[in-house]
Design a binder for this molecule. Sequence first.
Ligand SMILES: [Zn+2]
Length: 170
Amino acid sequence: MKYNFISKTTLDNIINNYISSLPECKQEKALINIELLERIKKILLDPNNKEIDVKNTREWAKKHFVLEEITPGDYRVILKNNNKPVLIVENMYEVLCRIHAETDNHAGQKQLWESVKQNWGFVRQEIVEKFVNNCTVCATRKPSFHPLANKPIIAKNYLSQVQVNYLVIK
Ligand SMILES: [Zn+2]
């Protein structure tokens, strides 16, 4: 499925801006990419093994995630605090586009955030909001917030033109 209302590059920029706005110590685990997901899996498959990864990441992984066995030997990583599978960065574009267009029918920021939370873990509200802000379909649906554009500029110009004519004739 191809989506035309926002480009992958736009979402990549939103994600990069979000990450770089965070303090450096938080950047590494702000979102989860496929590589970090594999590290979490490895830790949780052998939680007492101190040889795997660094202490800080082991503790973080065990604190926030559990494994769910989908088929024998095949696990997915679930976020403990909402019991939803982790949405990795690599799948974010496809998932956000699909929910926003097909489930929500471009219903806005709040709705997308709610729908995403119902299905996925470890997504950031700020990214979801900026995603909707950059949707070209939503942009055309927004009501106009430019009251000045409706002021009778033409009438005013017409009036001054009349006055000019009047002066000339006189
Ligand atoms: Zn939209």
